[in-house]
Design a binder for this molecule. Structure first.
Ligand code: ZN
Length: 43
């Protein structure tokens, strides 16, 4: 992996969760992310 990937300030055990995000225009996406930080695994 590249070193340009931002690293979480505090190391913790990521709690990955699938969350649905809806936009005002009606579109919606599901993102797989950690609930403890803003690191998005899959969008
Ligand atoms: Zn995390």
């Amino acid at each position: 992996m590249s070193s340009t990937i931002p690293v979480a300030p505090a190391v913790h055990e990521h709690e990955w969760g699938l969350r649905g995000v809806e936009f005002e225009d009606g579109a919606s996406v599901r993102v797989f992310e950690c609930t403890g930080c803003e690191q998005v695994w899959f969008r």
